[in-house]
Write a protein that binds this ligand. Sequence first.
Ligand code: ATP
Ligand code: MG
Length: 420
Amino acid sequence: MRQTHLFTKTRREAPADEVSKNAQLLIRAGYVHKEMAGAYDYLPLGMRVIEKIKGVIREEMNAIGGQELSLTALQDPEIWKATDRWDDEKVDVWFKTKLKNDTELGLGCTHEEPMARMMRDHVNSYRDLPKYTYQFQTKFRNELRAKSGIMRGREFMMKDMYSFNRTEEELDAFYEKAIQAYKNVYDRAGIGDKTFVTFASGGMFSQFSHEFQTVCDAGEDIIYIDDSQNIAVNEEVMKDDILEGLGVKRETLREAKSIEVGNIFKYGTRYTKELGVTFKDEDGIDKPAVFGAYGIGIGRLMGTIVELLSDDKGIVWPASVAPYGIHLLSLVANDEVVVAYADSLYEELTAVGVEVLYDDRDARAGEKLADSDLIGIPTRILVGKDTISSGLVEVVDRATGEVKKVTRTELLSHMGSVST
Ligand code: ATP
Ligand code: MG
C-alpha cells in the first residue's frame, strides 16, 4: 500500500474528549475514527489489524474443532423470554427496537439463545454431538460508561464460541482445550505474559467460570494474582473457603488492575433445556445438550495490545497482528534516484509476498519517521541518499530501535523466506 493512496492522515493531537490511551493512539495513527462515545469506525489500517487478530483466533478455534458461522444481530424476543433474559431488569444492556407493526426486536448483546435455537434444528441423536460453533459478530450493549476507548464499545465485535456436548465429562474435556486455545491466542497476540486465567463465579452449574485478565493500569477490573501457580481470582472469589479450595493463600496474592480480554462459561443444560436442544442418547432417552460459551472481545483485545505495547512515540505492534510487516520509507522525496530505488524495492518486496506500507509521500524525513513510530509497524526500511552511494538499506526494529545495514540482495532473500 502506497501512503499517497491511503486516505487516512495521521494527526498530532487526539480529539479532546478522548481520554483513553488506546483510542488516542489509534485515532492519531489513523486506525479508527471516533463516531461518538462508545462507537468507533475502523479505517483501512484498523481493519487490517482486526483481520489479523481474527486470523489468529480463527486458527486456534478451528484447531479445537470449531465451525465458523454467522448469526443475525436481530433478536427474536420469544427465545429470550423463554430463558428469562428479555426483561431489562434481568439484562440491563439491551438495545431494543420495533418493527413497523410495533413488534419488538432486540439487537444482540450475546448469542446463547439464537445459537441454541438454531442448533435445535440440527441435533437429533448422540451421533450429532459434540459440536462447536463460533462466529465473529457485532454485539450491541447499552453500556453505562464508555470511557475505555475501543475496549468498551456500545457496538463491538466479539468472537463467541458455543459448545454442545453429550455429557459433563465431555464438556469438561473440551473446556480444558478451550483454555489452552485461549492462552495460545493471547501468547500469539503478544500479551500472554501479562494475561492470567482468572477464577470467577460460575453461576448455578459449575463452581467457577474463567476470565482471561490482562494486567494493565488502564483496566476496569481488579484481580488477585497467585504468582506461584500463575493464576488469579477476581473479587467474587475472594472468600477464604474458596481460596483454600484453590490452594491459594490470601496473604500471598498480588492485587492488580486488569482488562477482561476473554471469558468462558460452563452452562450445563441452562439454555439448551429451555430452548429444547435435545438429543436421543444411546439408551433411547431424550436429553438436553450440555452447553458452554467462550467469548473474546476483538476490539478489546486490539485496545489492550495498544495499551501494553506502545511507547511515548506511538504503537509497537507485535508482528502477528501488525497491519503490515514492513514500513518502507523513502527519505528524500525530491531525489529521483532515491525515489526510483524505493519504488523498485516496494515492487520487489510486494512481489515476493511481503506486506509493505510504503511512505512515498512528498514529506520531510522527520515527519515520515515520526509517523512511522506512531503507526508502529514492526520493521522499518529506510532508503536515503547513502543507500544509493553505499548500496545498503537501513532496517530498523520498531520495538528495540536496533538498526542493521544490509544489501538489497540480503534483504530480499531474507524477506522472501520470511513471507513464504
Ligand atoms: P465486562 O465485565 O467487561 O462488561 P462481560 O463480562 O459483560 O464484560 P462477556 O459477556 O463475558 O463480557 O463478553 C465476552 C467478552 O467480550 C469479554 O470478555 C470482553 O473481552 C468482550 N466485551 C464485553 N463487553 C464489551 C464491550 N462493551 N466492548 C468491547 N468488548 C467487550
Ligand atoms: Mg465477563
